[in-house]
Every structure is written in structure tokens, then in C-alpha cells.
Design a protein around this ligand. Sequence first.
Ligand code: ATP
Length: 134
Amino acid sequence: MSTMQLDIVTPDRKVYSEEVEMVVARAVEGDIGILPNHAPYISPLQVTALKVKKNGEESFIAINGGFMEVHDNKVTVLAESAELPGEIDINRAEAAKKRAEERLAKEKQADIDFKRAQLSLQRAMVRIRVSKSR
Ligand code: ATP
């Protein structure tokens, strides 16, 4: 079966580097599926669970925004943070979700705080989902 290289990198570390058969990411314009030998492509990503197919098995990786680039049969994801299912502290994510929900429930917040709380809630929900995908 044909494969392509997938690298997921954050400012701190290389999170993932494997040969895979398929990647499905949530770009700004919607979900995009990448198969081997895809045409060159670049797009910002949403805070989302990246789906990866390797050796016929699907798994998920939590991605906190960033960019995806496809070039020469290589997919590179540069994200502010990213976690594999086994790296996620579910209690921490649940606590972050609760904090964000409480902030969002308060009225008369400045727009910027609202946006920040929404993004924080999204990160927490993606982490919870990815952690439970194990
Ligand atoms: P929190 O409010 O719990 O800090 P956050 O969404 O603000 O969450 P980030 O700023 O996105 O956290 O991430 C900071 C660092 O902590 C990154 O290295 C990220 O991978 C890691 N991280 C965040 N939440 C978790 C978690 N639930 N389990 C494991 N690592 C996490």
C-alpha cells in the first residue's frame, strides 16, 4: 500500500513522525482528506482532532490550530500544541473545559475574552475526544 510521511511539530517538540496511508484534517474551508501523492497544498487548521490511518488502523491526534503543508508526498503540521491520545491528562482537560464554560456563561464579557474562552473550550473538548479514542 502506498504511504506518505506525516510530521507533526510544535515549538517544543516533534510530536509524530510516521509513514501513514491517510490524513484527514479540519482546514478553514472544511475537512480535507490527504492521500499519498496529493498535490501541493497549504492551509491553516482549526483546533481539531486530526485523523490518521496507519497500517489500516485509524487514530486521532489533538491539534491546536497551526498550519498543514503537503509537498513531495510529505505532510507537515506545524501547531502551537499537539498531543497523542496517551499524552493527554483527561482531568486537566475536564478542568479546562469547566473553566471555559463558566467564563462563557458570564455575561458582559469583552469580545476578546469570549473568543479566548471559546478557543480554550474547543481545545479541551478536542483533548477529551482524542483521549477517549484510545
Ligand atoms: P490548560 O488551561 O489546562 O493549561 P490550555 O488549552 O490553555 O490548557 P495550551 O496552552 O494549549 O493549554 O497548552 C500548553 C501546553 O500544555 C502544551 O504543551 C500542551 O500540549 C499541554 N497540554 C495542555 N492541556 C493538556 C492536557 N489536558 N494533557 C496533556 N497536555 C496538555
